[in-house]
Design a protein around this ligand. Structure first.
Ligand code: DON
Length: 311
């Protein structure tokens, strides 16, 4: 198989080939079943988009179909909070892989209410809490950012999904209250949970999310040319995506894909090739660690076929 050089790269044939291969794959995983809105998704659906730093987008399959972004949003809240408070954030959340499932509670007591990293649920709650303090409305700040970066003013929060998250949110509530007992949450826990559930319920397509991730390929520069993060902060967010973005599967994801990536239980995964492009893939069937089976397979094929990776 010929590996394409960056200069000869046109992404469309690569995406078409990957979609044709995925179509033939029998094992597609199972949709998240903890809320009815996600359980109803067909695991055979598949979409993938690649965005270049100038905003050119290529796509295949269901790449324009909005889906529940879920934990993918944790990348954007992290960036939005880092942009506002800088390194002060790291007094409240760590930067080490947890090796545990995304919603695990066990490490928190040993580690005095400081979550291992910003992408497990505990860490994401801390980030959202701090963004809430900074902005007065974390979820709306996130939504405005995603709309601006994707150029899609129709992005919305699915309030039905948010209500369902809340109805099944005992574990996140436990995490929030537990961290509050250590003084690591500044807002009333119900306010924080409402913001977090709304954040997770943003719906966007592969095209929208590939474009919205573009600042991480442009070393911190937003779509309009203004700077969100310093080049160094952009590198740091990419590094945390690589080491923590797929939870207890981060090692396997780095091995197979070789890119900073962030998954969500809606079946989406975003990934970054710094300086080159950003990707988003969606297929709702998950593996036992909560990552999209076909999404990981498609990104694995992308880096193999193009030779683009951080390694
Ligand atoms: O906190 C939760 O349980 C969900 N709203 C988001 C979890 C998620 O997407 C984890 N990622 N794989």
């Amino acid at each position: 198989m010929a590996i394409m050089t960056t200069s000869s790269l046109t992404f469309q044939p690569v995406l078409d080939r990957i979609a044709a291969e995925i179509e033939k794959t029998p094992e597609r995983g199972r949709p998240a079943d903890y809320i009815p809105a996600l359980a109803a998704c067909d695991p055979r659906r598949f979409g993938m988009a690649v965005a270049e730093p100038d905003g050119t987008v290529y796509g295949v399959g269901d790449w324009r179909q909005p889906f529940s972004a879920q934990s993918i949003t944790k990348v954007f809240t992290l960036a939005l909070d880092l942009a506002r408070e800088g390194d002060a954030l790291w007094e409240h959340v760590g930067r080490e892989p947890s090796g545990n499932p995304f919603n695990s509670l066990v490490q928190l007591e040993y580690e005095n209410g400081i979550p291992r990293n910003p992408f497990i649920n505990a860490g994401a709650l801390v980030v959202t809490d701090r963004l809430q303090t900074q902005t007065g409305d974390a979820a709306e700040t996130l939504l405005a950012f995603l709309r601006a970066e994707s150029g899609n003013d129709e992005l919305t929060i699915n309030e039905r999904v948010a209500a369902s998250e809340s109805a099944h949110g005992d574990r996140n509530a436990a995490l929030g209250h537990f961290m509050a007992s250590y003084g690591n949450i500044g807002n009333p826990v119900p306010v924080l949970l409402n913001q977090y559930f709304r954040q997770c319920s943003v719906e966007a397509s592969c095209a929208d999310l590939a474009l919205a991730t573009g600042f991480l390929a442009r070393h911190g520069i937003r779509a309009d040319g203004t700077r969100l993060l310093s080049s160094s902060q952009s590198k740091q967010v990419n590094a945390i995506m690589l080491t923590c973005g797929t939870y207890d599967a981060a090692g396997d994801f780095a091995y197979r894909v070789g890119l900073p990536g962030k998954s969500g239980v809606g079946g989406g995964i975003i990934a970054v090739v710094p300086g080159h492009c950003t990707l988003c893939v969606w297929s709702p069937g998950l593996d036992e660690r909560g990552n999209s089976v076909s999404g990981v397979a498609a990104l694995d094929r992308f880096t193999t076929l193009t030779g683009l990776s951080v390694f």
